[in-house]
Write a protein that binds this ligand. Sequence first.
Ligand code: UDP
Ligand code: MG
Length: 156
Amino acid sequence: MERTLLIIKPDAIQRRYVGRIVTRFEEKGFQIVALKLTQIPEKVIRRHYSAHEGKPFFEPLVRYMSAQPVVLMVVRAKGAIAVARKMMGATFGANAEPGTLRGDFAISNRFNLIHGSDSPEAAEKEIALFFKPEEIHEVADAQEGIVYDLSAGERI
Ligand code: UDP
Ligand code: MG
């Protein structure tokens, strides 16, 4: 089962959207395996976004993401990385399709509510950056057999 790292960003917390965002992933069928509210140290957020180092938005992005607490989550689902990115919508709120989180709740290019890993390599790296192994609870999913068809021996 694929895992991805989600960050509910400071603007979403200020706007009281935490519950709504968590609910969207639960409703879709994702299983939450780790979750915490924490303020990310500046040097850790620089590492997390190191692919963007040198871009004009890098420094303001680091300030935005490290100045206030965020909610960090690891969620599991079949195809979790791509499905979560689709549910988030395009990066810039104004471009994001209605029905997506950013499309429904964001208009800004920067304050766009949520981060989601963009590849399996990024997901595993980001999960390890923010969570100790003992903070991740990969318990059996009691709903798996109704969220998926397991009768053929795989998740359909
Ligand atoms: N961002 C920004 N200005 C830009 C592009 C991105 O402030 O021109 C911010 C925005 O918060 C975005 C984050 O930097 O979510 C990381 O950018 P990326 O291109 O990785 O977008 P994402 O993967 O979050 O959709
Ligand atoms: Mg990205």
